[in-house]
Design a protein. Structure first.
Length: 408
């Protein structure tokens, strides 16, 4: 790396950033997976970081299915309150270290409910870790004197489009509903999560800021989970939905119109006309253009995950082929996210540097993407406090850019 590249990377690490789409179970330190696995006598393919990088957490994956196998190892060490708390604490520290000042960490609480933890305990444990890291960071002199913006976080709970006996909770849920179809079981599990998230938010004041739908899109339509999203919608909880990651434009439209999605996770196949399956849509290009206009008009934000998309969709081949280029042409509201820091071996800093290297990108476009993230976040405090915070972040961003003019 030459000096200019080093200076650019240093600048990107310093500027205040955000990450609105990042999974806790995909962002566990490998050292922690090894440590907790040893404590519980869990089997790993290797008990060294280098070995796990070779066998499990790779640079590239053959398919989305291979990518998802990594979560079996991380979720296995997230089944105790103290482990969840430490993992959340370390996650926050890793974000703070690279200049992320606001993060919305997401995960599926139902994957961690067991004999030792109910949903409330799961969410309290993650919150304890995040809150501890926030308090420590915000005690720094440069934060207290207003020179730099503080660190904040929110928690997003994920419902699953489809699941199997992946946890004690899911296994029991399936077995207890003997006469229900799997689609009905998944629908009911989502509704139960929605009710729990709202009640725990209101009872304990935990910053549960959003509700998400994750998992395989094909064959598992978002509309199946309408009741859960309607419930959180009526309880004034913001919504984001994984859509267009492995399915087409119709999935994105359904997420926005049926589930009231304020943001879309990935949206990679937004422009893929070949993935439109509704035979009543005759002019597919017009449908895509109309959908883009609809998204742009309503400022529905797309959570861009460049590295992750390259890994889970081998057909992408090169970052330059990513749909982000067209999203910029359509002036859509986008923001850079990591998806899974450990699984994808990435950071927000790295995602921004990849974008700068592969797309026609100037300082204004970069600023827009970062500020969109702060503005379109599900910030856990009042709107007036959010405006003040966004202005703090923007002022600090501008200060660093003035001091490093010419690098971008």
């Amino acid at each position: 790396m030459n000096q200019n590249n080093q200076e650019l990377e240093s600048l990107i690490r310093k500027i205040p950033k955000n990450d609105l789409h990042v999974h806790l179970d995909g962002s566990v330190r490998l050292e922690t997976i090894i440590d907790f696995s040893k404590r519980q006598n869990l089997n790993l393919p290797s008990y060294t970081v280098e070995g796990l990088n070779e066998t499990v957490f790779k640079e590239r994956y053959a398919s989305l299915e291979e990518y998802l196998t990594t979560f079996g190892y991380s979720c296995a060490v997230m089944q105790k309150p103290e482990y969840l708390e430490q993992i959340a604490y370390e996650f926050a520290l890793d974000n703070q270290k690279e200049g992320v000042r606001y993060v919305e960490v997401r995960f599926a609480p139902q994957l961690h409910i067991n004999d030792d933890m109910n949903m409330e305990t799961v969410l309290k444990s993650v919150n304890f870790g995040m809150e501890k890291a926030q308090k420590e960071f915000n005690e720094k002199p440069e934060i207290k004197n207003g020179e730099e913006p503080p660190f904040y976080y929110g928690i997003i709970v994920c419902a699953m489009r489809n699941f199997g006996p992946w946890s004690g909770y899911y296994d029991g849920f399936i077995k207890s509903l003997t006469y229900s179809s799997m689609s009905d079981i998944c629908r009911l599990a989502s509704l139960e999560l929605a009710k729990g998230a709202v009640k725990i938010r209101d009872k304990l004041g935990i910053p549960i800021v959003g509700f998400d739908l994750a998992g395989a899109e094909a064959g598992y339509p978002a509309a199946d989970h309408w009741e859960a999203f309607q419930y959180v919608h009526e309880s004034f909880m913001p919504k984001t939905v994984h859509a267009g990651e492995a399915y087409g434009p119709e999935s994105i439209f359904q997420a926005i119109t049926e589930l009231h999605a304020d943001r879309i996770g990935h949206g990679y196949f937004l422009f893929e006309s070949s993935k439109i399956e509704d035979s009543s849509i005759k002019d597919k290009e017009k449908y895509i253009n109309d959908l883009c206009q609809y998204i742009a008009d309503r400022r529905v934000t797309i959570e861009i995950c460049l590295t992750s998309n390259l890994q889970t969709n081998p057909s992408v081949k090169e970052i330059k082929n990513h749909a982000f280029k067209k999203m910029m042409e359509y002036k859509l509201c986008t923001t850079f996210c990591t998806d899974n820091r450990t699984v994808s071996k990435t950071t927000v800093t790295k995602e921004i540097l990849i974008a700068l290297s592969n797309f026609s990108f100037d300082s204004k476009t970069l600023k827009d993407c970062i500020i969109y993230g702060f503005k379109r976040s599900f910030f856990p405090e009042s709107y007036s406090r959010k405006r003040v915070y966004v202005r703090q972040c923007l002022n600090y961003y501008d200060k660093l850019m003035r001091e490093n003019s010419g690098l971008i």
